[in-house]
Design a protein around this ligand. Structure first.
Ligand SMILES: Nc1ncnc2c1ncn2[C@@H]1O[C@H](COP(=O)(O)OP(=O)(O)OP(=O)(O)O)[C@@H](O)[C@H]1O
Ligand SMILES: [Mg+2]
Length: 470
């Protein structure tokens, strides 16, 4: 194969191969164009002409390509003879993914270059770009986790971003909770930062240098939960480990135990948890002795525990035990003033280097405020990440960039739009026309011939329009 493409064998087989490949490329791409040695357009296919908004493709033949596509790098390819296999070119606010290849005559002299538009929007590449960014993010998160490893938590109170009165109240209560060694119940919809807050409370508490251990009750299969919580004694059942397996209670000893999604706890386990909390001791599976444990429980839930108690799926005694101090994190739609600082924080910490850091415009933030955020801050993070993968590097995230990635539906009516309802284009044009006609009549003091001339239309058309108006 290498020989086939070598310098001195550009003819014969190679040419056949190229001729076979070319139609395929042209067909599959969103457009193709060729230039000569002087970078003048020699050929353009209809899909590219259409993409560029050219009425008649013939009119550009012979023109320098820069005149037609100012951002093009074709002259560079012709000059250097080096292909640009993958490039992103912006044309009329559109991002095009392009490949540019030089071509040679039989003597190996450069004759010109051909370019293919592989994609006319970046959508198909989004998974790739998103994966790249995610890897970057994971790296940043891993570094952060490493830095905070001594504390056992990833977050502290500064990571709970927000300056609205509602957010400040949450922080105030978190500080209060941190100073007292009592059980806490954190409530809030999905993605509101319950885990962030739980870790922050631990990190501020007197137990900060002890472990923070989390159990997600929705994620562990029911039959494994008991062992997960209380541990397993050696040889408790056939196949059990020879050594004691510690449960989360023992692992958290001295520190904090985070019961995430506590509303998903099966009733049988609720009884055992209650006993452990009341007695301050746990009994590993298959053991007949108890171990004393000292943990501070921080529970979190997005469920309506009171309704669960009413229907009998949550024990009220456990509820009172867990809910000594309650912190409710309001949903993002109720603290929209925080959108700006949240965006700033997310864009700052999303793993991009400072050279490509991107900002959001005020209109971009306002656009975010038009949505009601069922997934809260987590969803905001996802939306911003999607916006980043779509736009060009370095550009600001404006309202347009946001609306392109904001889920449709679920948006709240904008009060400004309610005051000024949008009319159909036909109606708007008709109104404008009627107004122009009236103004012309006033200016010509009722002289219709003069009014028609002022408007640049014939008398008959003027009469026709006038008749339609009345
Ligand atoms: N106030 C906040 N400031 C900064 N980041 C936040 C805030 N709230 C949530 N986040 C971010 O949103 C994401 C979800 O947060 P977290 O896991 O704490 O939410 P949760 O309430 O536990 O959600 P779920 O109920 O779905 O488990 C995380 O990436 C977190 O960093
Ligand atoms: Mg959570």
């Amino acid at each position: 194969m290498t020989e086939l493409f070598s310098e001195n064998n550009r003819s014969g087989l190679t040419r056949d191969l190229i001729q076979a490949l070319f139609p395929m490329f042209e067909e599959a791409s969103a457009g193709a164009i060729a230039v000569d040695r002087e970078s003048r357009i020699t050929w353009i296919n209809s899909s590219y002409a259409h993409l560029l908004g050219l009425g008649n493709p013939e009119t550009v033949i012979g023109k320098p390509i820069r005149q037609v596509i100012p951002q093009t790098r074709m002259p560079e390819v012709v000059e250097t003879g080096k292909p640009l296999l993958l490039d992103i070119m912006e044309h009329n606010k559109q991002q095009l993914v392009v490949t540019r290849l030089p071509f040679y005559d039989d003597d190996g002299q450069i004759m010109g270059a051909v370019a293919f538009v592989l994609y006319d929007d970046l959508q198909p590449l989004t998974p790739l770009v998103a994966k790249y960014r995610r890897l970057h993010q994971d790296l940043a998160a891993a570094r952060k986790a490493l830095a905070k490893k001594t504390r056992g938590t990833r977050y502290n109170l500064a990571d709970f971003v927000g300056a609205s009165p509602a957010a400040l109240e949450v922080k105030r209560r978190a500080r209060l909770a941190a100073g007292r060694d009592m059980p806490i119940l954190i409530r809030g919809e999905t993605g509101t930062g319950k885990e962030v807050l739980a870790q922050a409370i631990h990190a501020m508490s007197g137990r900060a240098h002890q472990p923070f251990v989390g159990v997600n009750l929705a994620a562990v299969p029911e039959n494994l939960l008991e062992a997960e919580f209380f541990g397993v004694a050696p040889g408790a059942y056939t196949g059990a480990d020879k050594r004691t397996r510690q449960g989360k209670f023992q692992l958290a000893n001295g520190g904090s135990l985070f019961l995430d999604e506590v509303g998903d706890m099966p009733l049988a386990l609720q009884a055992k948890l209650l006993r452990a909390l009341q007695e301050g001791e746990v009994e590993p599976l298959g053991s007949n002795s108890v171990t004393a444990v000292d943990v501070r429980v921080i529970a979190a839930t997005s469920r309506n525990l009171e309704a669960m108690i009413a229907e009998g799926s949550f024990r009220s005694d456990l509820y009172y035990r867990l809910n000594v101090m309650e912190i409710t994190i309001p949903p993002l739609r109720d603290r929209l003033p925080d959108l700006g600082v949240l965006c700033e924080d997310i864009l700052e910490n999303n793993g991009q280097g400072p050279e490509v850091r991107r900002e959001i415009t005020d209109a971009g933030v306002a656009a975010l405020g038009s949505y009601d955020w069922p997934g809260n801050v987590r969803e905001l993070r996802n939306v911003l990440e999607r916006a980043l993968t779509m736009g060009e590097d370095g550009g600001q995230l404006d309202a347009n960039a946001i609306f392109r990635v904001l889920p449709r539906g679920g948006s709240r009516p904008d009060p400004l739009l309610v005051l000024r309802p949008v009319k159909s284009l036909a109606k708007t044009l008709a109104n404008a026309e009627a107004q122009a006609i009236e103004e012309a009549l006033v200016a010509s003091r009722g002289n219709r011939t003069r009014a028609a001339r002022m408007l640049g239309i014939s008398r008959s058309v003027f009469y026709e329009k006038l008749a339609r108006m009345s």
